[in-house]
Design a protein around this ligand. Structure first.
Ligand SMILES: NC(=O)c1ccc[n+]([C@@H]2O[C@H](COP(=O)([O-])OP(=O)(O)OC[C@H]3O[C@@H](n4cnc5c(N)ncnc54)[C@H](OP(=O)(O)O)[C@@H]3O)[C@@H](O)[C@H]2O)c1
Length: 292
């Protein structure tokens, strides 16, 4: 399927990710707009794409417009795009497709554009974006109440070598909470280990603990049997836990390290233990759970 020219609104990490992916895959790019003209021009020069001084000119030349601004600015941007330049037409944006990249917000944040006749939705790349992040093999989670959105964005996703899945609006928040906990939890655990081993050489830390971290993630993602979990928390080894906490507490940021240690232990205990039969759906013990 053909992909119409892609226009990018924003000049940050996500905007660069979209531009990089399109250019690598030969997807036509209309250009880029940023609220700071100089930054947009530099980006345009860097990627050899056009930079636009106004959003209207970008929207005129693009079929699919990716709104890659920070979450708190998406609604303001949608309102601005919907009203500027075309107030006299009833559906001035008919034929245009707009996608924002937020993991948390759903398609309703683009309501002003939908009212102007555009097809709108959210298209979240499940990836931490930086200048070296991969642009292929990324899973995009798409959500929209407009069925036309999915076939409109699928060619871009597939042509750039990525995959797309649909999300219901009701699951967006929990989806993004899970993604955030996964990547921030891994980062926080690595940072905590680094703080505990503050005197260890950086290279040795990477070389020795890197394979442990990578194998733990790989093993966990291959399939998981909670009964195989081990460690002092799941064994109920209070003395080992106490000594670990003490070792953490004397370090800078010791309280944070000890709290994280406890939180990880609680989480693993919870996963390990099946829900006791005496617990009702409300999480209380005993009888008398009211019907929902
Ligand atoms: N970074 C990631 O790992 C990642 C992953 C998946 C999805 N996303 C999503 O991608 C979107 C953009 O995030 P990002 O990481 O690219 O953020 P970013 O690097 O901080 O860039 C944000 C962009 O938004 C612009 N902006 C901020 N406020 C604005 C306003 N009021 N009007 C117009 N433009 C404004 C900024 O312009 P200035 O430079 O002038 O401030 C900048 O171009 C967000 O929805 C985010 O949730 C990000």
């Amino acid at each position: 399927m053909k992909t119409g020219p892609v226009g990018v609104i924003g000049t940050g990490k996500a905007a660069c990710f979209v531009l990089r992916g399109c250019l690598a895959a030969g997807v036509p790019v209309a250009g880029v707009w940023g609220r700071r003209n100089t930054v947009a021009s530099q980006l345009g020069e860097c990627w050899q794409v056009r930079s636009f001084a106004t959003t209207d000119s970008l929207v005129d030349r693009a079929a699919l417009i990716v709104i890659a601004v920070r979450d708190s600015a998406i609604h303001e941007m949608a309102t601005r795009l919907a009203v500027s330049g075309r107030p006299v037409l009833e559906h001035p944006l008919a034929g245009k497709v707009f996608a924002h990249l937020s993991g948390l917000l759903d398609d309703s944040v683009l309501e002003p554009l939908a009212r102007s006749g555009a097809v709108c939705g959210s298209l979240h790349p499940l990836m931490t974006l930086h200048e070296n992040s991969p642009t292929t093999g990324v899973h995009f989670f798409a959500q929209s109440r407009d069925e036309r959105f999915f076939p409109a964005v699928l060619p871009l996703v597939e042509k750039t070598g990525n995959l797309m899945h649909r999300l219901e609006p009701s699951t967006k928040t929990v989806y993004h909470t899970a993604a955030t906990m996964l990547c921030q939890g891994i980062s926080a655990s690595i940072e905590a280990a680094r703080m505990l081993l503050k005197d260890l050489d950086d290279k040795l830390f990477r070389e020795a603990f890197g394979p442990l971290a990578a194998e733990t993630v790989a093993e966990r993602m291959r399939g998981f049997d909670p009964s195989t979990l081990t460690g002092p928390a799941v064994r109920g080894d209070v003395e080992v836990g106490r000594r670990h906490r003490e070792a953490a507490l004397i370090l800078p940021h010791g309280r944070v390290l000890a709290d994280l240690y406890d939180a990880i232990g609680h989480m693993l205990e919870t996963v390990r233990m099946p829900v006791p039969p005496s617990l009702d759906r409300c999480g209380r013990t005993g009888k008398g759970c009211p019907e929902p």
